[in-house]
Design a protein around this ligand. Sequence first.
Ligand code: ZN
Length: 218
Amino acid sequence: MYIVLLGPPGSGKGTQAEVLSKAFDIGHLSTGDLLRDILENKDHPLYPKVQVIKEGRLVSDEVVNQVVEDGLDKPKFKNGAIFDGYPRTPAQAAALDRMLAAQGQKIDVVIDLDVTRDVLIYRLLGRLVCPRCKRIFHKRYGLTECPDCRIELVRRGDDNEETILKRFEEYKDKTAVLQDYYKNSPAVYIRLEISDASRTAEDVQEEITERLRQHDVI
Ligand SMILES: [Zn+2]
């Protein structure tokens, strides 16, 4: 099974990807993680092409596609993958379709986490991070220090309303074409509207499972 997860920063994509990866016994493919692994290994054949990230530059589509294609050879993807943070453009989506087609596979499901502006702002503005273990907490739980590390939680510097709205608008602009690409593809397209900030990750996961059943995916 191959799943693409779409959603803006703060939509809970990473959490849902982990849950779905366990539920379907498929690998969670995060391009961020794959790129970090390469940056930690100077002998990796793609290292020279990926290290532009350190200069604050973006890795080209071609290189990202290569990173994903190599990554998919790892044993944890033998039953499939859930893609988180990739593809970001229709060109990347087309490249991914070709990679999978070469293996006799295809994207089966696209899950679009459509989180409203208000929910994102509530979640991200309330987000506190442990500087050591990087765990994220929401201030509604009333914690001031990390229960594991016993050090004070901090707000991320880029979590202010203006930056959040800008990232959200950029995300919407860029993603519209990708949404169209997948709506016109054979994959089952599931859009979840998340407009209530009190919805938990478990609620969202239950709805995803329910919708997958309705579409006979599981
Ligand atoms: Zn901690």
